[in-house]
Ligand binder design. Structure first.
Ligand code: F6P
Length: 406
């Protein structure tokens, strides 16, 4: 007999539930299972449109709004049940499912197969505000300014908070709580007895990168003068390279472009955005080049001459060395990794993501995907006319170098 399972997502808005549901759909389908996702938000938008984007719709005191939301949850639940009855293996109910009453209702009504709750957890305020900015661009907020849409979305979250209760041992039988920023399982109960649970675990903790293109900014004024750090613009040659990069990605799907906050990185992104005006551009300070402290703006020869001890110390241990008043590779790792996780969380299930970083930054990102001893990370070759194409899911891994200039 066909094994069957219901998964009900749990969590406040903008916590990565839909991305997790999509990962589960994609990953379990790749393993040959029939998977369906039943998203309450999609149904709500189709049936009720922009009226349901207003915060009042989510006010627990709004009886009519509550009734409409319950109707949608019920409709999706029946769809999910039908899907399993007709040969499906896994039906994923993608909604906040925050109240105990809602979850008890699901447990009562979905008696024909076991039910696993997956709670998506993430309380990083910075990430939340970037996610909300992204949500404010959704078509359902078309009638509002960006500011109004962001406020409406925050109010929606506040209303959901009023009725939400976390999953708890002794209340829900089977659940997993996942940190969707770090891809870590924080707590799990009763999963061992469920079908497909080992695959589900693998998917929950895996990186999920469909296509990541990791490029370095193109030639800058400081590159030509051999100076480190700073915030110089691209040279004319750098602009030509940037246009070649943009032309190379002209036909690709890259809904997200991440840069640092430095001019050379955003100037490299500008022509790409001309080809892809609908792409979302996010400048992350976490991707700013290594801070060379009191050596910022100097040449390597200048450092050797004026600060010979510093130069010698860095030559001896480039990974462990920290610039006076600045950073070293050893201290860089945490912030770069954080930026990287932010980028992956925000771009979600996007088919392609372009990151335009810097030499040291890209070395650290690459070290997350290819095994390198720490002391060799600062020597990874990061050219300005090639990029790295990376794919990573629970089953696929790819890292290839692609040249974009002729
Ligand atoms: O020279 C370009 C640059 O991006 C500098 O801004 C930065 O300090 C340096 O590369 C990092 O490379 P390395 O660690 O090899 O000095």
């Amino acid at each position: 007999m066909n094994k069957k399972l219901y998964i009900a997502m749990v969590g406040l808005p903008a916590r990565g539930k839909s991305f997790m549901a999509e990962r589960l759909r994609e990953g379990l389908s790749a393993d040959g299972l029939k998977v369906g996702v039943f998203n309450n938000g999609d149904l709500r938008r189709a049936e009720l449109g922009a009226a349901s984007a207003l915060p009042e719709f989510y006010d627990p005191a709004n009886r009519e709004g509550r009734r409409q939301r319950e109707d949608i949850a019920r409709a999706n639940m029946f769809e999910a049940r039908e899907f399993l009855a007709e040969g499906g293996n896994v039906a994923i109910l993608d909604a906040t499912n925050g109240s105990r009453a809602r979850r008890e209702f699901l447990e009562r009504k979905l008696g024909d197969a076991p039910l696993l709750f997956i709670e998506c957890h993430n309380n990083d305020e910075d990430l939340l505000s970037l996610s909300i900015k992204r949500k404010a661009r959704l078509p359902e907020f078309a009638g509002m300014t960006r500011g109004e849409a962001e406020r409406a979305f925050r109010q929606r979250i506040a209303y959901y908070e009023q009725i939400s209760a976390p999953l708890a041992a002794g209340v829900e039988k089977r659940f997993a709580r996942v940190d969707t920023f770090r891809n870590q399982i924080l707590e799990e109960r009763g999963g061992g007895e469920l079908p497909f649970y080992l695959q589900i675990r693998d998917i929950m903790i895996a990186d999920w990168i469909r296509n990541m293109y990791l490029a370095r900014h193109c030639e800058s004024e400081y590159n030509v003068r051999g100076r480190i750090g700073g915030d110089s613009p691209l040279t004319a040659r750098g602009m030509t390279q940037a246009r070649a990069l943009a032309a190379h990605f002209g036909g690709a799907e890259i809904p997200y472009v991440f840069t640092s906050t430095r001019l050379r990185s955003s100037m490299t992104a500008a022509p790409v955005l001309e080809y892809h005006p609908d792409s979302t551009l996010v400048a992350l300070p976490e991707f700013d080049e290594i801070d060379a402290g009191s050596c910022e703006g100097m040449t390597y020869a200048g450092i050797k001459q004026k600060m010979p001890k510093e130069y010698a110390a860095r030559s001896r241990d480039k990974y462990g060395y920290v610039y006076p008043g600045g950073e070293g590779y050893v201290s860089l790792k945490e912030r770069v990794q954080r930026g990287f996780r932010k980028a992956m969380f925000l771009s979600g299930a996007a088919p392609g993501v372009l990151i335009i970083g810097h030499q040291a930054i890209n070395r650290v990102i690459l070290s997350l995907f290819m095994y390198r001893r720490n002391d060799s990370v600062p020597y990874i070759y990061v050219p300005q006319d090639e990029y790295f194409h990376i794919v990573a899911t629970h089953r696929t891994k790819l890292l290839e170098v692609v040249r974009f200039t002729s």
